[in-house]
Design a protein. Structure first.
Length: 293
């Protein structure tokens, strides 16, 4: 099932997308938002599956980020495709690790980064001159857990989305080698276009992750190329740390980022960024100059 978020008569509502028919069924208001369904457990999900509602053409609604209520920062995984790790060697401005990490690398980004699947990506050259694209698979936790065993990790996943972890590389380097600042500029992370429930994904290792800028394909990889699998990410991230229903976890970007290219490619005003993951949908966002200072 594909759960979408949009506003009807001034009220945020949840809907079920029927992608083949290009329609969406507006769920009853008493089921709440997609955030409520995620946190409501199996009973809320079952209610959404069986609910009746008015059907609209998908083109008649403006899809928003599926999630709007965040428990904390967005949880992220870095260097999770070895080809991406290798392509950036010598280009991290003195911040290269000694070798390949033996465990997933984690960081966070602020929730105010999140925008919808067709919203503009904010761009302010007074803040950064190196705005980079990063196509990613994101997952949403559906059941609380701490120190989750790897073999049970997928039991805690509600579903999956497409994300683009737009990053400011100069900020990423400038603040002591940590990544928070270069990943947390407001209104820069598209998320969506809907939340696909976990049972709709047949093979987590066969999702194709792509990013195009102005029609040029710059990233194209399979989720099977991940350095650390999604169950491993959940198990290590939750080790001694509670993950809660509604938490968003990004799983890393493949090779092809702008900072690692020669010559480098960075986003600028007017660029159209299309992020696709097979089975999960497409984001289409335009970079727009926005005053953020």
């Amino acid at each position: 099932m594909k759960l979408a978020s949009f506003t009807v008569d001034g009220v945020r509502r949840a809907g079920v997308v029927h992608e083949a028919e290009q329609t969406v069924t507006v769920l009853p208001a008493d089921l709440g938002t997609v955030d409520d369904i995620v946190r409501g457990g199996p009973q809320a999900l079952d209610a959404a599956r069986t609910a009746d509602g008015a059907t609209r053409a998908l083109s008649e609604v403006r899809l928003e980020s599926p999630l709007h209520r965040f428990n904390r920062d967005i949880l992220c995984t870095g260097w999770n495709y070895w080809d991406h790790f290798e392509e950036s060697k010598g280009k991290r401005e003195g911040q290269d690790p000694a070798g390949r990490p033996e465990h997933p690398t984690f960081f966070t980004k602020g929730p105010d980064t999140v925008i919808g699947p067709s919203d503009d990506i904010a761009y302010d050259p007074d803040i950064s001159v190196k705005w980079d694209y990063e196509a990613e698979i994101a997952l949403v936790i559906g059941r609380d857990g701490r120190s989750i065993p790897e073999e049970k990790a997928l039991d805690h996943v509600f579903g999956y989305l497409v994300a683009n972890d737009v990053s400011q590389r100069d900020l990423q380097r400038a603040h002591g080698g940590q990544w928070l600042k270069g990943k947390s500029i407001d209104a820069t992370m598209p998320l969506g276009p809907w939340l696909t429930t976990a049972d709709d994904i047949d093979d987590l290792t066969a999702l194709q992750v792509r990013c195009e800028v102005n029609g040029c394909l710059l990233q194209n990889a399979s989720s099977g190329q991940m350095a650390f699998s999604i169950p491993r990410i959940i198990a290590e991230l939750s080790h001694g740390m509670t993950l809660r229903a509604g938490d968003i976890v990004l799983t890393g970007t493949p090779s092809g980022i702008g900072n690692a290219r020669e010559p480098q490619i960075f986003l600028t005003d007017g660029d159209v960024v299309v992020t696709r993951v097979s089975g999960l949908g497409e984001l289409r966002n335009t970079v727009r100059r926005t005053r953020l200072t």
